[in-house]
Design a protein around this ligand. Structure first.
Ligand code: ADP
Length: 479
């Protein structure tokens, strides 16, 4: 199979979020399964070290509204970068300290058009182009519009992966002539969304197949509660809508081979976990007695992640004698609110509001439980990493959290964590109390931890499902 993965970010080159992990890891695994897969991302020259890439000499002119922007294609093996300093030589991928770049619509339309031109120029004819989020969603539209009379891509299908429906690429309609989209496509059946242009919607309408990053979220986004205004369009495409869970890179996230944590451990030898807890208590200077759990939160401090419930539970936990560690950044006000509650926690709350990968490893290994009370969660990776580290998740029953955490059942002694349904502080607290009750019975807690550690959320598993979906996209090619 010939696959082209187009993304606005990918590890190990550049990353602002989970999309980079998916694009980079999937590229590696699809390749390992014996496919001819190529990855293309923009050349963010301030962030990407392109010294291993060679200049292909391929120039990519893209004409928008009387102006021609010229990109250039660079290659390292099967990875490609599209350079255009005017668009990608900036101090951020999508924005800087003043907010999003005002020409993001043009930057990513350019990238989407340039991808098609570049691969046509080098003669790579993909069976499937895999689009990711709004930044590359327009490829499906340009493929239909610009290449209708050209046989080069006539057998090429498209798969759009929605990583988070909360981000749609919404721009005023005045942008249309500057991104090469004809006026007749600006209607509710096409790219229009209540008077604006919606890039993700274009991808949903024009791609052959659509998927999102968990089964549960694939269903949820067709409802008005989770659909962010696109539920109607998604319902219309529901027979082409699938869910595939993201994976975890176990070469980085596994307690038996983790070089950052005080002592490695595994499901068959858990002694190291005790040392890791001690190490985390020392590092955070928390004042917790033995027998009381150490609970953590790692992730963005945003509305989506349920920040109000996180702050609420941190207070309840410290009142109970438990410890809480928070690692994450968000808006200033939220960060300040968390910092302020440290002083009232009797030394039981620790928080860091920068990005610290090393500390994240220490927290996954040293905590007893992690919390994720998300309002919505397309997939979520924190709970999957935590399970691997024997750190029991307490999560809201939504999206990927529902698909990856099985609720504990004391009668049958089954499950890997604790779920709660309603988004409110008391339901969350009930789940936390259930967890604490089980925590106090060591034998039960150990078997709960071990069940979680044995779960397989590897990328290989996800990649096999993507290969099947690519085949389905090839079968489902629309005109
Ligand atoms: P998102 O919605 O942000 O993609 P995920 O749960 O899918 O949430 O992934 C978050 C990832 O980012 C995890 O690997 C987590 O360990 C990491 N992470 C989030 N915030 C921080 C931070 N402040 N420091 C270190 N790692 C972080």
């Amino acid at each position: 199979m010939r696959i082209l993965i187009a993304s606005s970010e990918a590890i190990p080159y550049c990353k602002t979020g989970g999309l980079a992990d998916v694009a980079g890891s999937l590229f590696r695994e699809i390749n390992a399964l014996g496919n001819d897969v190529r990855l293309v991302i923009p050349l963010y020259s301030r962030f990407i070290d392109a010294s291993s890439f060679t200049d292909t000499g391929v120039e990519i002119p893209v004409r928008f509204a009387e102006r021609t922007y010229t990109g250039r294609l660079y290659q390292d093996g099967n990875t490609y970068l599209i350079g255009c300093e005017e668009f990608f030589g900036r101090e951020g991928l999508y924005g800087d300290k003043d907010g999003d770049f005002i020409d993001n619509a043009i930057r990513f339309s350019f990238f989407s058009k340039a991808v098609l031109s570049a691969f046509r120029a080098i003669g790579f004819r993909p069976d499937v182009i895999h689009l990711n989020d709004w930044q590359t969603a327009l490829i499906s539209l340009y493929l239909r519009e610009d290449y209708a009379g050209d046989t080069f891509f006539s057998d090429t299908s498209t798969l759009l992966t929605i990583h988070n429906l909360g981000y749609q690429g919404l721009f005023p309609s005045q942008v249309l002539p500057y991104i090469g989209i004809k006026g007749y496509l600006f209607n509710p059946e096409g790219v229009e969304f209540y008077g604006n242009v919606n890039f993700l919607k274009a991808g949903i309408v024009y791609s052959d197949i659509i998927n999102t990053v968990s089964m549960r979220y694939a269903g949820e986004i067709t409802t008005s509660e989770f659909g962010s205004g696109l539920d109607g369009v998604l319902r219309r495409r529901s027979s082409d809508l699938y869910g595939i869970l993201n994976g975890v890179d176990y070469s980085v996230w596994s307690p038996d081979g983790d070089g950052v944590i005080p002592r490695p451990y595994s499901v068959s030898d858990l002694k190291g976990k005790v040392m890791c807890r001690r190490g985390l208590l020392e590092r955070t200077d928390l004042n917790i007695k033995g027998g009381y759990p150490l609970v953590s939160y790692i992730g963005r401090l945003t509305y989506q992640k349920g920040i109000d419930l996180i702050i609420d539970i941190s207070k309840r936990l410290s009142g109970y004698g438990c410890g809480m560690v928070i690692l994450g950044s968000g808006d200033r006000k939220t960060e300040q609110e968390i910092m302020d509650s440290i002083g009232r926690s009797d030394g039981r709350l620790f928080a860091r509001t920068d990005f610290d990968e090393g500390l994240a490893h220490m927290i996954y290994a040293g905590s007893d439980m992690v919390v994720m009370p998300s309002r919505y969660e397309p997939c979520g990776i924190v709970q999957m990493i935590a399970l691997r580290y024997g750190t029991v998740p307490i999560v809201r029953n939504t999206g990927g959290l529902s698909d990856t955490v099985d609720d504990y059942n004391g009668l049958s002694d089954t499950g890997t964590g604790f779920l709660f349904d309603d988004y409110n502080a008391s339901s969350f607290w009930e789940a936390a109390k259930r967890a604490m009750t089980v925590y106090s019975v060591k034998r039960r807690w150990l078997s709960l931890m071990k069940r979680g550690m044995e779960k397989d959320f590897s990328w290989k598993r996800s990649a096999l499902q993507y290969v099947k979906l690519y085949a389905k996209a090839m079968e489902s090619k629309r005109v």
